[in-house]
Design a protein around this ligand. Structure first.
Ligand code: NAP
Length: 315
């Protein structure tokens, strides 16, 4: 039995853990298969305030974890298979740990950027392949970039990346774009953007110094081509990690948790959501951390006077 269980260890979950631990609520933090979250798949983080020289993503996350541990947060590694939020205390079924019980839950399971699933893509993450233009665009000043995708995200990222790159080629598997007209028009009007439509990505080509090209299939001719580039941004959408909730928490049609505006409260009293799992718009480490702080403060306020377990007999 825990007063608060935090599910997920990205910037939002770890910030929530720091605040809960400092409020003496002894949170249990459950780490999934990607401890530290999306920031551990990037290299240098230059936009997190407080680090004028930048900091490596994995190092930033390791620091946040240490900070939470210092104040008494407990960490366990496991996969949350399912939850029962129908009554308090809430129940969680966790792989390898059995059933855990909690007075309150903070969901910070994030969202995962979808990948293409092509050869050498995963191996090149952080070495020329990225899923975040805001995070990594700066490293491609004066270079050639490919953005893969045909939706609004791809248009937005391509436009953004023209601030740094000499050329941004939009590679999309079909001739028609999925993006809204306004976003398409903006991309078409940008002189630095070139188009590689009707091309299906097949393989990331890299050498000693990182990515050098993207092998694609030209769907008109059926032939394979290598498009030369210094970097590849995969912008084919994100998937919020909410499957384990099995519909017990209200989400939008894409699966993002809906919170009461201006708060981290979900439709279930005592269950809070923070970070990318409830944010398809900003998706930044700093906004995630901020919402993690909000979730902890709201959980703390909720627990004050709402406990179902008699904690007076527990040390
Ligand atoms: P999306 O609309 O689902 O578009 C994903 C794109 O990636 C599609 O063009 C899709 O191709 C392509 N794709 C998917 N899987 C692929 C694969 N395995 N290989 C190659 N291509 C693949 O996702 P999104 O662009 O991230 O947008 C998500 C939501 O956020 C949308 O509702 C969007 O309007 C919104 N959004 C809005 C803004 C804005 O208004 N400023 C900015 C970003 C996002 P197909 O077209 O062939 O399926």
């Amino acid at each position: 039995m825990y007063k608060a269980i935090v599910i997920g260890t990205g910037p939002s979950g770890l910030t929530a853990a720091i605040y809960l631990a400092r409020a003496n609520l002894k949170p249990l933090v459950i780490e999934g298969p990607e401890p530290g979250g999306q920031l551990t798949t990037t290299t240098e983080v230059e936009n997190f305030p407080g680090f004028p020289e930048g900091i490596l993503g994995p190092e930033l996350m390791a620091n946040m974890r240490k900070q939470a541990e210092r104040f008494g947060a407990e960490f366990k590694t496991g996969w949350v298979n399912s939850v029962d939020l129908s009554q308090r205390p809430f129940k969680l079924q966790v792989e390898g740990m059995g059933e855990l019980v909690a007075e309150s839950i903070i969901i910070s399971t994030g969202a995962s950027a979808k990948l293409l699933g092509i050869t050498n893509e995963k191996e090149s993450m952080g070495r020329g392949v990225s899923t975040c233009a805001t995070c990594d665009g700066f490293f491609f000043r004066g270079k050639k970039i490919i953005v893969v995708g045909g939706g609004d995200s791809a248009m937005e990222e391509a436009n953004f990346l023209t601030r740094f790159a000499t050329e941004v080629k939009l590679v999309h598997r079909r001739n028609e774009l999925r993006a809204s007209k306004i976003m398409q028009d903006r991309a078409r009007e940008n002189g630095k953007i070139t188009w590689g439509l009707n091309r299906t990505p097949l393989e990331v080509i890299s050498g000693d110094k990182g990515v050098t090209g993207l092998k694609v299939k030209n769907n008109e001719t059926g032939e394979e081509e290598i498009l030369e580039t210094d970097g590849i941004f995969v912008a084919i959408g994100h998937k919020p990690n909410t499957d384990f909730l099995a519909g017990q928490i209200t989400t939008d049609e894409l699966g993002y948790i809906i919170v009461k505006p201006g708060t981290t409260m979900t439709n279930v009293e005592g269950v809070f959501a923070c970070g990318d799992v409830q944010d398809s718009k900003y998706r930044q480490a700093i906004t995630a951390a901020g919402s993690g702080c909000m979730a902890a403060l709201e959980a703390e306020k909720f627990l004050d006077g709402h406990m179902v377990h008699d904690w007076s007999k527990t040390l």
